[in-house]
Design a protein around this ligand. Structure first.
Ligand code: ZN
Length: 421
């Protein structure tokens, strides 16, 4: 909506009344704008960065021109405690929770036992702003029922305001043909429904999930068929992007659109995925976000950075003990530190980080327990303080001897955590 302020002239009261009303309306408008932040994120399944870059994608290009495009990674720390399979549902949940699989506990597409103590972005938004409107449009129903855990006691009965999914279960309308064209048709329907709803209702947070590119990747690998599927996905993105632009123009809303994929594919054919090769771990991101930081542009952003970026965009203040468990950092705006790592040399442990800020204090804490993953709290004890630029801190030997401990590194703007286990 274009905000214009009717000047109401009440002649007998002089000029002050009209100025007052105008100021009052200005204030409503000002605060209204700060609340009018909307996010839509889209997962296009299983598109290798090299394939995306090879194929013409005019709509994604348009979005990237405003914000940016970058290669990124998923899969946690390779050979480390947070190593995470490059499997679809696992990747979605790393995005949704901002944590790797050792925390969110989704290890495969069976989604047997997600740890709902690690909130999804939908849960964060709803807990902090219960009036926020949320939506999902998905070619796979498990995304809502299992990953988001809609209506489960474990998620305090999280409820989405709008959901459109489960078409893959309707085999009468969408008979499961060998070519998987039914998935292509469902994607189309999902994208149409999503763009219509974004346009009409402008939900605060939406997730759109499209699958056909993964089916073509599995069958044909790097191929004209995958290329065609990517172009199709780009056209579907175009419809969503059009809806976003409509809302921006007509309602003055501040929209963040974030497009990514859940994993790469194994070289050289580009068919399989699930392992830890560089090409399977490689993903990419496209967004219209304007203040993308150096981490985004470094090409080393992580899947788990997306949730902190959304929190930053929404200015969402979340419970500190939850923030301290996030494995990612914001790709929007300033950050002071990134990439925490525990290194053992001989008997001595040090914790390292990459300083982004030039100077400023860093405070370190440790906890001997992991009650958080069971729904409890952990006590953190001070370890010491140093300047951010030092990039490392020595862990006292008596702590280093323990089989398990968590380290929390608190920079001026963001914090990092890293575990020994
Ligand atoms: Zn996938």
């Amino acid at each position: 909506m274009l905000h214009f302020f009717p000047v109401i002239n009440i002649k007998n009261k002089g000029g002050w009344t009209s100025i007052g009303i105008t100021l009052f309306l200005c204030c409503i408008s000002f605060f209204g704008f700060s609340q009018d932040k909307k996010t839509v994120f889209i997962i296009l399944d299983g598109i290798p960065a090299s394939e995306l870059e090879r194929v013409e994608t005019p709509n994604l290009d348009q979005i990237a021109e405003i914000g940016g495009y970058a290669r990124a990674f998923t899969g946690g720390k390779k050979d480390g405690y947070s190593q995470t399979p490059t499997i679809s549902a696992v990747g979605y949940n790393s995005l949704l929770t901002g944590t790797w699989a050792n925390k969110h506990n989704v290890w495969g597409n069976g989604i047997e036992d997600p740890n709902y103590h690690y909130w999804t972005v939908f849960r964060f938004l709803k807990e902090v702003r219960p009036d926020a409107k949320t939506a999902i449009f998905s070619t796979w129903q498990d995304n809502r029922t299992k990953l988001l855990g809609e209506n489960l006691p474990e998620t305090r009965f999280l409820k989405l305001d709008k959901s459109f999914d489960g078409l893959e279960l309707d085999t009468l309308t969408y008979p499961h043909d060998e070519e998987h064209l039914y998935i292509r048709d469902i994607d189309d329907k999902v994208a149409d429904e999503a763009s219509a709803f974004l346009r009409s209702d402008g939900p605060d947070l939406s997730w759109v999930y499209l699958q056909f590119t993964d089916d073509m990747g599995h069958r044909f690998g790097k191929s004209p068929q995958l290329g065609a599927a990517i172009r199709l996905a780009d056209a579907q993105i175009g419809k969503l992007w059009e809806a976003v632009q409509y809302r921006q123009k007509e309602f003055g809303e501040d929209w963040l659109i974030w497009v990514t994929t859940d994993h790469g594919r194994k070289e050289p054919e580009g068919k399989d995925h699930g392992g830890q090769s560089n090409s399977e771990r490689e993903i990419w991101m496209v967004t219209n976000a304007k203040s993308l930081n150096e981490r985004f542009h470094s090409g080393k952003a992580a899947m788990v950075d997306i949730l902190p970026s959304f929190l930053r965009f929404f200015n969402l203040v979340v419970p500190e003990e939850r923030e301290n468990e996030l494995d990612g950092v914001s790709l929007i705006g300033k950050i002071s530190i990134e990439n925490a790592e525990l290194i053992k040399k001989g008997r001595v442990w040090t914790v390292n980080w990459n300083p982004i800020a030039k100077t400023g204090p860093v405070k370190l804490y440790w906890s001997p327990t992991d009650h958080f993953s069971q729904g409890g709290s952990d006590d953190y004890f001070p370890l010491g303080e140093t300047d951010v630029s030092s990039g490392s801190f020595l862990i006292p030997r008596w702590i280093g001897k323990r089989k398990f401990f968590k380290i929390l590194i608190e920079g001026e703007i963001n914090s990092l955590n890293v575990w020994r286990n």
